[in-house]
Ligand binder design. Structure first.
Ligand code: 5GP
Length: 202
């Protein structure tokens, strides 16, 4: 059995990457990696589903144990991808999505260049501000800071393989799912086995 594909999805906060990923895991046979973070849970977030919420000390312990595929400081908190679950799934032939920031994505690109990197963009900064304000989980200061950070994040876009603008959610989900399906048909992925089989049959 071949390895699963590793999809790395990034994009500014409020671009809708979380919603898109949730829809994708319902529609495709694919797993979403649950990250570990030192930030506090927001209303409605559940430990082990949204994130594993841990203390700074627990996070540092895991770093020392080499338990992260990547980790990064985003805003004032630490976020990391637990290594074991992701590697186990990939080896078992399952596709995995990492929903992580560009710093983390670039680290993955170094260690796992076969990954497929997808950037989700909001239709405009005006719309992004509207979405972030509408969430009501962030103060006005935090929204302004996130908008400034967004421009820095977007500067990484050249390093990604695909970009999806989330103007209409249904369309963005379909476009992202199409990218993921198409990646399975790449000639560079495992076509040798197929050709070898053909040769045996002739
Ligand atoms: P939030 O606090 O809004 O859930 O996430 C803030 C940012 O951290 C988002 O850009 C999100 O994609 C990113 N993030 C979430 N989990 C991880 C992770 O495991 N690693 C890295 N590098 N970034 C993450």
């Amino acid at each position: 059995m071949g390895r699963g594909l590793l999809f790395v999805v990034s994009g500014p906060s409020g671009a809708g990457k979380g919603t898109i990923c949730q829809r994708i895991i319902r529609e495709l046979d694919i797993d979403l990696s649950v990250s570990m973070t030192t930030r506090s849970p927001r209303t409605g977030e559940t430990h082990g589903v949204s994130y594993y919420f841990v203390t700074r000390q627990e996070f540092e312990q895991r770093i020392e144990q080499g338990g992260f595929l990547e980790y990064a400081q985003v805003y004032d908190n630490f976020y990391g991808t637990p290594k074991e679950m992701v590697m186990e799934r990939l080896v078992a032939g399952r596709d995995v999505i990492l929903e992580i920031d560009p710093q983390g994505a670039m680290k993955i690109k170094e260690s796992y260049p076969d990954g497929i990197f997808i950037f989700i963009l909001p239709p405009s900064m005006k719309e992004l501000r509207r979405r972030l304000t509408g969430r009501r989980t962030e103060s006005a200061d935090a929204v302004n800071r996130r908008l400034r950070e967004t421009l820095t994040e977007i500067s990484y876009i050249e390093k990604y393989d695909y970009c999806v603008v989330n103007d209409d959610l249904e369309e963005a989900v379909e476009r992202t799912a199409s990218i993921m399906r198409a990646e399975h048909s790449r000639v560079s992925r495992g076509v040798q086995d197929l050709i070898a089989r053909y040769k045996e049959e002739v």
